[in-house]
Design a protein around this ligand. Structure first.
Ligand code: PEP
Ligand code: MG
Length: 323
């Protein structure tokens, strides 16, 4: 089976009815990039930068970050989407003084960066400088309001002006996008899209926040359900809002890496998948066997079902079809 998959490495991910799907890798450590290349990923859809900041007292300097971002740009063919620091909740840096009552609802991700602008600016300078060396995009985690998007973009503009004054090159058309991982962002996606160059669905958090299920609490993980109709509705809304606004929509949460969901996601209109390199080839195989036009029809019929048993059965059948 693995050998059969390996043959697909250099094949384009095109469905049976000719829809091109972009297959991207999620990377965390610079060493993951090697694996991304081995499976023929077309780029990186999520580079998690937290590892640079974890298990240490001081934040990494601009130069240290620049070096790390450069390494990934040099190691991977194709565009790299780098996510700004997503600290807090399940990714504690270990130096927060206050214990929040609800860390997942607290000062985390973009909220933390917009408060600690010194830390954020250093990362943005490193990111902008890296952008001079290869195709890159900046992705902001846990966006829930247009205001956050505007503030972040304003800081990026300021950092850009600063670099210009210093005669340091950077990509002036650098794309800046939002992770859609809070229900409010999905619901407001048509408005948010006006401030974003792309969306990326972070289903790990989107499921947590939509269903009010702590993603790391084992006692309630039986309720953590990617197929809940509320979750699928939010995913569909996000994809449609992105399409209507003419911006790209990818998915970088775990859901994108599970081949049982590939048919469904294609049916919801998703054409960009980002996942752990180990899953890229099997999801690609599922894509290549899919008739997207028919899946679109099926998905919309299934989402209209209100009978729970029929809904589950139809989704199971869809999952088995091309996996
Ligand atoms: C997500 O929330 O789906 C995601 C990709 O980000 P993380 O798992 O790092 O929170
Ligand atoms: Mg997340």
């Amino acid at each position: 089976y693995q050998r059969m998959l390996a043959v697909l490495k250099d094949e384009p991910a095109v469905s049976a009815d000719g829809v091109h799907v972009t297959m991207l890798a999620n990377v965390e450590l610079p060493t993951d990039t090697e694996e991304a290349g081995q499976v023929g990923a077309e780029g990186v859809g999520l580079y998690r930068t937290e590892f640079l900041f974890m298990n240490r007292e001081e934040s990494p300097s601009e130069e240290e970050q620049l070096e790390a971002y450069r390494q990934v740009l040099a190691a991977v063919d194709g565009p790299i989407t780098i996510r700004t620091l997503d600290a807090g909740a399940d990714k504690q840096l270990g130096r927060t003084s206050k214990i929040a009552t609800n860390p997942a609802l607290g000062l985390r991700a973009i909220r933390l960066c917009l408060k600690e602008t010194g830390l954020f600016r250093t990362q943005l300078r490193a990111l902008l400088r890296a952008s001079a060396e290869g195709p890159m995009r900046i992705m902001l985690p846990m966006i829930s309001t247009v205001g956050e998007m505007r503030q972040a973009r304003h800081l990026i503009d300021e950092v850009g002006k600063e670099l210009k004054r210093e005669n340091i090159p950077f990509d002036e058309n650098l794309a800046v996008g939002a992770m859609i991982e809070v229900p409010a962002a999905a619901l407001a996606a048509p408005t948010l899209a006006r401030y974003c160059d792309f969306f990326s669905l972070g289903t790990n958090d989107l499921i947590q926040y939509t269903l009010a299920i702590d993603r790391i609490d084992d006692e309630i993980n039986y309720l953590y359900d990617p197929l809940h109709p509320a979750v699928l509705t939010l995913i569909r809304m996000t994809i449609e809002a992105g399409k209507a606004a003419g911006i790209s929509v990818s998915m970088c949460g775990e859901m994108a890496s599970d081949k049982r969901y590939t048919a469904l996601l294609l049916g919801l209109g998703l054409t960009e998948f980002s996942m752990h390199p180990a899953s890229v080839l099997e999801v690609k195989r599922a894509v290549m066997g899919a008739d997207v036009a028919r899946l679109r029809q099926r998905a919309s019929e299934i989402l209209a079902l209100t009978d729970v048993a029929a809904y589950r059965e139809a989704l199971d059948a869809l999952g088995r079809e091309i996996a």
